[in-house]
Design a protein around this ligand. Structure first.
Ligand code: F6R
Length: 271
């Protein structure tokens, strides 16, 4: 796992945006896996700025979001469709029909997971999956105890997740307890994964994910099984990492090597 610890949230967003921009420049018809929540907002802002400066176009890109609440209308401001449209899609040249989220009010919720999986497959699979991490170690809405082989399906949110997410709601506002989420097995099929972590409340989960055992108790720890994961964290979220000094040193060394030899250790996996 490549672990990058940066001081400023802005630097983290920029690093993430650069990865996306490099991928889309190389493969204009890339398939991006996207996340909602507070963590990727600055990354989306950076990408919007790059688009406005004419440095990136999303007009051949397809996207698949990790998850969506179940049992609300997509027009509901709480829905992740609403979040993605207003935070990102409406400000770039992506074709809205190429942006996908699980349906939040499907006729048959049990069929929605397999349908979504089929759509991802038909698009050629995900080139780069962007992830946040829950304070309980979840990725997508794969809460602790989720099968590490799980596929897109309905999940009941953990109480701690409901509490974390309730901070974004007005008092008394309805909050769904069910979601449809890509499974851990689905996420692990992405060709490359970028996990972003911000803030001290993520420190325990980040440590468990990177340095702990691979266990369903910390769903993000399954990322240790993936050959091409980059974790970009601020110092607060990295504060419990035992090998933080080593990760910083490796990063500095690699930056030097890149100046001399270019990005030779970057796998050419996007073809
Ligand atoms: C969002 C998602 C979640 C969030 C996680 C962190 O689509 O799948 O796993 O990434 O809950 O949320 P924030 O970024 O709000 O701390």
């Amino acid at each position: 796992m490549e672990v990058v610890i940066l001081d400023e949230a802005q630097e983290i967003a920029k690093k993430g945006a650069t990865l996306v921009a490099e991928l889309v420049a190389k493969k204009p018809h890339s398939v991006l896996g996207l996340a909602t929540g507070g963590t990727p907002v600055q990354l989306y802002k950076h990408l919007i700025a790059l688009y406005q400066q004419g440095q990136i176009s999303f007009n051949q890109v397809q996207s698949f979001n990790l998850d969506e609440y179940l049992g609300i209308a997509s027009s509901n401001p709480l829905s992740y469709r609403h979040f993605m449209n207003s935070c990102f899609f409406e400000h770039i040249d992506v074709k809205l029909e190429n942006t996908h989220l699980p349906d939040c009010s499907p006729a048959n919720p049990r069929e929605e997971g397999p349908r979504y999986e089929q759509q991802i497959k038909a698009a050629g699979g995900i080139d780069l999956q962007i992830l946040g991490i829950g304070s309980n170690g979840h990725i997508g809405f794969n809460e602790p105890s989720s099968s590490l082989a799980s596929r897109t399906r309905i999940k009941t949110l953990a109480q701690s997740t409901i509490e974390d997410n309730s901070k974004l709601l007005k008092p008394g506002e309805f909050q769904p307890h069910l979601a449809i989420t890509m499974g851990i097995g689905t996420i692990l099929e992405a060709r490359r994964i970028l996990l972003l972590a911000l803030g001290e409340h993520k420190a325990e989960a980040v440590q468990a994910a990177i340095e702990g055992p691979v266990t369903a108790m910390c769903p993000a720890s399954a990322l240790q099984l993936h050959p091409h994961v980059t974790v970009v964290s601020d110092a607060a979220a990295a504060s419990q990492l035992e090998l933080a000094d080593y990760y910083r040193w490796v990063y500095r060394e690699n930056e030097e090597l890149k100046k001399e030899y270019g990005n030779f250790y970057e796998l050419d996996i996007y073809g």
